[in-house]
Design a protein around this ligand. Sequence first.
Ligand code: FAD
Length: 420
Amino acid sequence: MSFLYSFAFSYNTNMKHIAIIGGGASGLMAALFAARSGANVTLYEHNTSVGKKILASGNGRCNIINTTATHADYAGSDPQFVTYALKQMNFHYFQSFCSSIGLLLDVKDDGRCYPLSNEAKSVLISLKGAIVDAGVKILTECAVTSLSKDSNGFIVASAHDKRRYDNVLIATGSEAAPQLGAAGDGYAFARSFGHEIIPTYPSLVQLHLSSKHAPKMAGVKTVAEVTLVIDGKSNTKVTGDILFASYGISGLAILDISQKASYALLHKQRVSLTLNLLPQFDRQTLTNTLEKLFTSIPTQTIQNALCGLLPAKIVTYLLEDAAIALSARVSTLNPKEIKKLAYLIGEWKFDVTDTHGFKHAEVSGGGVSTIQVNPKTMESKLVEGLYFAGEVLDIVGKRGGYNFNFAWASGMIAGKEIAK
Ligand SMILES: Cc1cc2nc3c(=O)[nH]c(=O)nc-3n(C[C@H](O)[C@H](O)[C@H](O)COP(=O)(O)OP(=O)(O)OC[C@H]3O[C@@H](n4cnc5c(N)ncnc54)[C@H](O)[C@@H]3O)c2cc1C
């Protein structure tokens, strides 16, 4: 069935008819603000229900916002693009907005915020309740297949029909986590209107290593200082959890450096990681500590001796790289070998070959170029009445609530403006 609803029978000339494509964080926020500003809002979502990423977020807890967000927490061709939106929806504004829809927040000391219930579900229930109250029409299992514009406005084609609207918001998110509905359709819609798409790449994602040891250490978790090295130069240092895996390496410290690693891989740069497995010690202190330890247990094997400091599987492969037999008695090690061990513990190098891909990424970098979008309205600078919000734009945040932060803020602005 393919026909065009003209709305002629019910068209209130003062009321804008708005289509929002995508029922994620930014689309839901925009729908609410547009409807509250007096627009007639239809929201298209191709999943069976809206907000699937909200439910999956923060390990089911939803790290909903960060009280400290600034443009420095984002990457993209122009991270300053977020500044106006973040000012409009600063933390205090957001907190009172949440209270107004019945959602109370738990604010952590480091700026992360979660729903007080500690359940992501609360966020979606509160938001959806407000949206339904505001009169938004939600069409689920309704994928938008094409978007065009003629002299009478926009035509939104879905699998079910074609409808005409005054203004349209593309809030389709990115390609990250396709199992939750991500499709990248928004890029195609934007491109059809002449918008430039900055090449996309997975972010907040695990990394593949070329190491033969990594798969054998799968499941081993420890705390390390991770240095990201790009084209031979030290780029970023992060201390936190790492977890070896069959494909390479994961853990919060890895997610934290993954945006820069993934961006460098996209641009064909050489990427490697250096792990400091005992960041508590500087090199000399570690050498002294090893010497002292080995003197105190001279009859032990080097494998046993190091297991008092590091996870056992790591010890096995570290010794292999140091070319020291696991069964060697510590008393037989010479100062050069001890120095070499201290060096490897502090600078164990791994080459990064790839990321674990969009399927495993939380977010995506790249997207609709922000140069062609007005940061104060989220309207296209190329096509009047066409708006963008959220992750479809060339903006990607750090881990810690920053991605939702921009999705809510840009969604709110787009929602208010699109209804004008
Ligand atoms: C596992 C996971 C955990 C995360 N945890 C956090 C966290 O704790 N804190 C944080 O800040 N961020 C987190 N994120 C990132 C955050 O979820 C996203 O940045 C945010 O959801 C982006 O919002 P959005 O509205 O731009 O896109 P989305 O939430 O992806 O919404 C886009 C919507 O558009 C729909 N859609 C796409 N194409 C079409 C089409 N053609 N027709 C109709 N509908 C369409 C999709 O189904 C989707 O529902 C997490 C992401 C993942 C995957």
